[in-house]
Design a protein around this ligand. Sequence first.
Ligand SMILES: O=C(O)CCCC[C@@H]1SC[C@@H]2NC(=O)N[C@@H]21
Length: 249
Amino acid sequence: MTGWPEGYGRRVLDEVDSTLSEAARIAPTLPGPEWILARHQTAARGRRGRGWVSPEGNFAATLVLRLQGAPQQAALRSFVAALALFDACVAVTGRPESFSLKWPNDVLLNGAKLAGILLESAGQTDDEMLLFIGIGVNLAEAPPVAALEARALRPVSLAGETGVRITPEDFLTEVAAAFARYEAQFTALGFAPIREAWLARAARLGQPVTARTGTSETHGTFETVDAGGQLVLMTAAGRVRIPAADVYF
Ligand SMILES: O=C(O)CCCC[C@@H]1SC[C@@H]2NC(=O)N[C@@H]21
């Protein structure tokens, strides 16, 4: 059985507006990294200003990390978190072939959206920042499709697709343990092995995708993710590196 990782704190809330907001409120008082899990969120947020619908029984948590170094290095923790989620999903289902990762940091199950990650930060000085890694996983139930944007991937739940039922608390133990392993690897060896591991689990590598920002769309073949975590597409106009976007298949 997976144990709780040494050095990481944990608190479980019945209800909160958003675990990301709670993280920002309590982070200055925390002595070390801390997971905040909520059974219910009243104002959860998703990427790019979207909301996040999280029915009871789904996983909603934020990890608070105090980090030294460049903000770009902090942002690469989204890949660390995505790998941790992938491993946790495999640990509870025993089905590595069913899961994949979508740039920048969604977890797919049978090609549909199972989980999302939202990074926020605070308190940045020259050498220290607080990073909040917000994670939502449809463990029990997928949100209603009416809540989705056009072209967004269909949401699915772990229980619906695999029949595996796990509580958010037990899932947190798996995610926290996997995160601690990958974070130790990141600290010791940098982004290179994380990047390799992420690419080995990537959805649609070598296939055509569309990357959309608020203002532009880029179509191309998904070539790789570079050493800075940017999406690399081969387009009709040549190779393009994209720092942030939504990807559509
Ligand atoms: O848009 C996405 O794919 C990212 C969704 C992230 C949702 C999680 S749920 C826990 C944490 N608290 C929030 O308000 N959002 C994140």
